[in-house]
Design a protein around this ligand. Structure first.
Ligand SMILES: [Zn+2]
Ligand SMILES: [Zn+2]
Length: 147
């Protein structure tokens, strides 16, 4: 069982997170979420700097932050995962696109690589990526969380 804690700094995705949690419930993933609205500006944040702010998580505990700020690596980034920590930027994305990025990064937290099929794990702009996991990725996640 993997615990995943999602913190929504935009305070906008409560219902979408409930839906994602229900969708992934059968995988044995325990999804927790909280909101921590940040009254700060939409200044650009570097991925490294945000990761330094995040707690280092013990094994089997994932952490995902939803931020309103644009994120920068070498160029603009919508989502990024490193080990069990992940970031999602809602900057200039629609609600529907943000939900896809959240699912995509959860997939990475659970160890999925990018997927060439009709699948939310496909690499590309969130507007062009399907909204659901393909059967193969779902099975891979199942194997990962049930160990
Ligand atoms: Zn990816
Ligand atoms: Zn897939």
């Amino acid at each position: 069982m993997i615990d995943l804690h999602i913190t929504d700094f935009t305070d906008r995705f409560f219902f979408q997170l409930i839906t994602i949690g229900q969708e992934l419930e059968d995988l044995g993933l325990d999804l927790w979420y909280s909101t921590r609205p940040e009254p700060t500006s939409l200044r650009k944040r570097s991925i490294d700097a945000v990761f330094r702010q995040m707690a280092r998580n013990p094994m089997n505990k994932g952490e995902l932050w939803i931020l309103p700020n644009p994120l920068e690596d070498n160029g603009p980034v919508f989502g990024y995962t490193q080990g069990l920590n992940a970031l999602v930027s809602t900057y200039e994305l629609s609600e529907e696109e943000v939900v896809k990025v959240i699912k995509h990064e959860i997939g990475h937290i659970l160890g999925l690589p990018h997927c060439p099929r009709e699948c939310v794990m496909r690499n590309g702009h969130p507007s062009t990526v399907p909204a659901t996991f393909c059967r193969i990725c779902k099975n891979l996640m199942k194997g990962r969380v049930n160990v």
